[in-house]
Design a protein around this ligand. Structure first.
Ligand SMILES: [Cu+2]
Length: 138
């Protein structure tokens, strides 16, 4: 009987400790989590300057891009889509090591300032060399 009682006490004590620690971790979770914590924590440590997602669609025709300047801030993510409503064109951003085919969308993390030229990467005809533009990251 005595052994049973002390065992019971031990179990009660353990249960109480578990309840306390569970309670404690719940509190700290509530304090530290932001309401919209769906993004991975790595992106939350970015400087406050950027952090936006900018969507841009470039439409290519023979022989120009309808968008020739895209502005963004350091820390932004550029979601870039290439359409081609006339001819067969692509986009290369050599400074960022990126190539996009028509119909493709890429997400580019802009983590450094500068002007990054893009140009058509498919030999599409006489106006091919005119098909350029800039992504300006400030
Ligand atoms: Cu071209």
């Amino acid at each position: 009987m005595k052994i049973k009682t002390s065992l019971l006490l031990t179990i009660v004590a353990l249960a109480a400790m578990l309840a306390l620690s569970a309670c404690g971790s719940n509190n700290s979770k509530n304090n530290s989590s932001s309401p919209s914590a769906s993004a991975p924590s790595a992106s939350e440590s970015q400087p406050a300057a950027g952090g936006q997602t900018i969507e841009a669609t470039i439409d290519a025709t023979n022989w120009k891009f309808d968008v020739t300047e895209i502005k963004a801030k350091v820390g932004d993510t550029l979601k870039l889509t290439l359409n081609s409503s006339e001819g067969n064109h692509g986009v290369s951003i050599d400074d960022l090591g990126l190539k996009i085919k028509k119909g493709e969308t890429v997400e580019i993390k802009l983590d450094k300032a500068g002007t990054f030229e893009f140009n058509c990467n498919i030999m599409c005809g006489q106006g091919h060399d005119n098909m350029t533009g800039n992504i300006i990251v400030e």
